[in-house]
Design a protein around this ligand. Structure first.
Ligand code: ZN
Length: 101
């Protein structure tokens, strides 16, 4: 990153070594679900996108499985939600998962 004086400073520095001015805090990254989910950090109820990550399938496939009632889910209003426990139990019983009707 660069100080306002134009000097390149190390990422995470609090002060510019050149002009001594205080550097702006780097913005904290927006918390988002990791690409690699740690199982014990997965909340008990997750959405379709998180399900895709958890099962390592595409979001499209999640919706396809939902549409064909092949995956355990429930709805809240119009949202489709998934219980992590059920998904893991379900995935553990599948040798081959197809979305073909
Ligand atoms: Zn500076």
């Amino acid at each position: 990153m660069k100080c306002k004086c134009g000097v390149e400073v190390l990422e995470g520095s609090k002060f510019c070594p050149e002009c001594g001015s205080k550097l702006p805090k780097p913005k904290a990254p927006v918390p988002k679900i990791a690409d690699e989910l740690v199982i014990d950090k997965v909340p008990p109820v997750i959405n379709a996108k998180e399900t895709a990550i958890l099962l390592r399938i595409s979001l499209w496939m999640v919706y396809e499985l939902v549409k064909q009632e092949k995956i355990p889910y429930f709805t809240v209003g119009k949202r489709k939600l998934f219980r992590t426990q059920e998904l893991l139990a379900w995935a553990g019983t599948q040798d081959e998962i197809t979305t073909a009707g």
